[in-house]
Write a protein of this length. Structure first.
Length: 266
């Protein structure tokens, strides 16, 4: 089994990825600015943005899974500033520091977690994320890139921000967001399957209009809101990140995820 350095281990995906990796018998080392609450895990403190601690974190590591990202939109929702700029300290600078150190340490596999449809989006965050992906693809290291559709929790976060509106005018663009557990299992598989390069993209099992996802969210939480379907062009859909893939599909449905969230909220 591999010794794996995981960045982004305290995020939504990381919290599902850690048990997927340890359950498969891997030794997992978490790289973060601050140690998490799980004292059973090995933590190495440092900063991707500056490169501090990266060399030490990679000592004896076979595989890197780079799942860390810095998306202000994911943290606090969309704001006007997000149409003009997005920080690059983690996704570009951090990726560059991590790749350089991985080359020095002789890492055998560098796995980068990316997003479906980045090449079609004009959002600054998408451009930053795409630049980080390109650094990996140009690296001399053996690498893999796993592109996933947006996660369920991000969809719920966005729709939750609309609760104050009585009418939700939302696109009818087809999309299939994914559950982080399905993506975590896919990444754990990528550690041991021997493949390299661009992996099949992964999305959720249900592809339907974005407005239908909103209706299911509304109904799950008993909200009295009118969802108003809004047809938009494919080009605009892609720019908004409303993408779909059928290359690989996860198992957990949006309805099942919503049911879990509703039970957790009680």
């Amino acid at each position: 089994m591999s010794t794996i350095l995981l960045t982004g281990g305290t995020g939504h995906l990381g919290r599902d990825l850690v048990p997927a990796l340890t359950g498969a018998g891997h030794a997992v080392r978490l790289f973060a600015r601050n140690a998490g609450q799980d004292s059973s895990m090995e933590w190495v403190l440092g900063d991707l943005a500056t490169g501090d601690g990266v060399d030490e974190a990679l000592r004896g590591v076979d595989t890197v899974i780079h799942a860390a990202t810095l998306s202000p939109i994911a943290r606090r929702g969309m704001r006007l500033v997000d149409f003009f700029s997005s920080p690059s300290s983690v996704d570009i600078d951090g990726t560059r520091h991590l790749l350089a150190a991985a080359v020095r340490r002789g890492v055998s596999h560098f796995i980068f977690v990316s997003i479906v449809g980045l090449e079609f989006s004009t959002l600054p965050y998408s451009l930053v994320k795409l630049a980080g992906e390109q650094l990996v693809r140009e690296s001399s290291l053996p690498w893999s890139v796993v592109q996933a559709t947006p996660f369920y929790y991000l969809l719920a976060q966005m729709l939750g921000g609309l609760k104050w509106l009585p009418v939700w005018p939302l696109p009818t663009s087809p999309t299939n967001p994914a559950d982080t557990r399905d993506v975590a299992n896919y990444l754990a598989e990528a550690v041991i399957d021997g493949k390299r390069g661009m992996r099949p993209q992964i999305g959720g099992p249900d592809t339907m209009p974005f407005s239908d996802f909103a209706r299911q969210y509304r109904d799950a939480f008993g909200l009295n809101r009118l969802v108003l379907p809004l047809p938009i062009s494919h080009k605009m859909s892609f720019k908004m990140g409303l993408v779909a893939t059928d290359e690989r599909l996860g198992e957990r449905t949006w309805k099942a995820w919503l049911c879990e969230e509703r039970m957790r909220a009680r």
